[in-house]
Ligand binder design. Structure first.
Ligand SMILES: [Ca+2]
Length: 399
């Protein structure tokens, strides 16, 4: 880039702004500035705010390489609203660690304990049942009874397995799986006391919903139900700043050190976890960089200030909580002012209709299974789908 240095300095200014306001690391820690270099993660450990200037600079260069308007990019990275936070990447890493990294270890321990003859469920979940069996195994073999799901436990199991008599894994039969509920909903959106609120919104905006429905062949009640569940029909758009969330998450892809202190406890007793966390941060940070680029494109195309959007922890915005990449793909102008604005009701309603149509909504006469499958594309959660369809059907019956 001919003017990379501009972005470098803009990024450094943004980093300086970060230190001026102080980031989340410093607010809950004591005044000591000792750096936790070995990531041992003791509760009393303190650390300096991570230096994000390098990661920020890489991110600015990345955005510039994508061909985004350079003057506007510079403005964005200079904005004092743009603030680094470890929050979104830390939350994502902790979530994935529990599901994947730790789960693999748990499953291996469960499988091997089964082979050693223990009565255990193999499901990759480190619950009290599994820890109880681990404790029994430790007692049976004269080991300290910790019940830990750890590399050390796995090592001790492996050692015992070398000489013990084992049974084959193929003899294991899992407990029969429960069918997911078709009736469970989020009660805060479906209880009798709150449904009149969404009905009032629906009635007030009925013209918009009817117009959207004529265009996309998607019932207005379904769009209204989605807006109800996502944001309470615009009552809460999220307590974060979408741009800061995405930029911060993306920054960790360039430099793991900016998020490392926040997850130091996961690394404490397990060296392998650091590599896994780092790799995961790169992958998820890359995703966030793509979403940030989409947020910036959307902003620049439609004349919005990219640092003005409230959003969810992972940067979803507007009435329907679209991720920015979906805003670019499915966002439409329903108000007729020539701009797409996910915080404009008409635009949001049309965009949801457009999204549902693009994901297979085919108008009246759809089967329950087909309706469920489309809403599942909006949010992959059975209870979410139950809730949206319950509210939509209730609106249709009471409108
Ligand atoms: Ca518009």
């Amino acid at each position: 880039m001919s003017n990379r240095s501009i972005y470098a300095s803009a990024a450094l200014m943004a980093a300086a702004a970060l230190f001026a306001v102080g980031c989340s690391f410093t607010t809950t820690k004591s005044s000591s500035d000792s750096v936790d270099s070995d990531l041992s993660g003791r509760a009393s450990q303190t650390w300096r705010s991570p230096d994000v200037s390098d990661a920020w600079k890489h991110l600015a260069d990345d955005m510039a390489r994508r061909g985004l308007n350079e003057r506007k990019l510079e403005q964005f990275f200079k904005s004092s609203s743009l603030v680094y936070t470890s929050g979104p990447m830390e939350t994502k890493l902790r979530e994935l660690y529990g599901i994947f990294y730790r789960s693999e270890l748990t499953k291996e321990i469960q499988e091997k304990l089964y082979q050693l003859g223990y009565d255990i469920t193999i499901d990759g979940r480190a619950g009290s049942g599994t820890r109880g069996v681990v404790t029994r195994f430790q007692a049976d073999n004269g080991l300290t009874q910790t019940g830990d799901i750890s590399d050390a436990t796995l090592a001790s199991i492996n050692k015992v397995m070398k000489t013990a008599k084992t049974r084959s894994l193929s003899s294991y039969s899992p407990p029969s799986a429960k069918k997911p509920s078709r009736t469970a909903t989020y009660p805060q959106f479906t209880k009798a006391g709150v449904l009149p609120t969404i009905l009032a919104h629906y009635r007030a905006d009925r013209e918009l919903f009817n117009a959207m429905s004529r265009k996309y062949n998607v019932p207005g009640e379904v769009a209204a139900a989605i807006m109800w569940v996502e944001t309470g029909y615009g009552n809460y758009f999220g307590k974060h700043l979408a741009a800061s969330q995405l930029a911060s998450m993306a920054a960790a892809a360039y430099d793991f050190d900016v998020v490392a202190p926040a997850v130091s406890d996961l690394v404490r007793s397990d060296g392998g976890a650091k590599t896994w966390l780092k790799d995961t941060a790169v992958k998820r940070g890359g995703w966030a960089a793509d979403e940030l680029a989409a947020l910036l494109s959307y902003s620049f195309q439609n004349g919005h200030d990219p640092t003005s959007f409230p959003g969810s922890i992972y940067g979803a915005i507007g009435y329907g909580q679209f991720m920015p990449s979906n805003v670019l793909k499915y966002g439409v102008d329903g108000s007729g002012d020539g701009k797409v604005d996910m915080f404009n009701k008409a635009d949001a309603i049309y965009s949801i209709g457009n999204y549902l149509k693009a994901h297979g909504w085919t108008g009246g006469g759809m089967s329950e299974e087909a309706r469920r499958a489309v809403i599942m594309k909006y949010n992959k959660s059975g209870v979410y789908v139950n809730t949206v369809l319950y509210v939509a059907d209730w609106l249709a019956a009471n409108k």
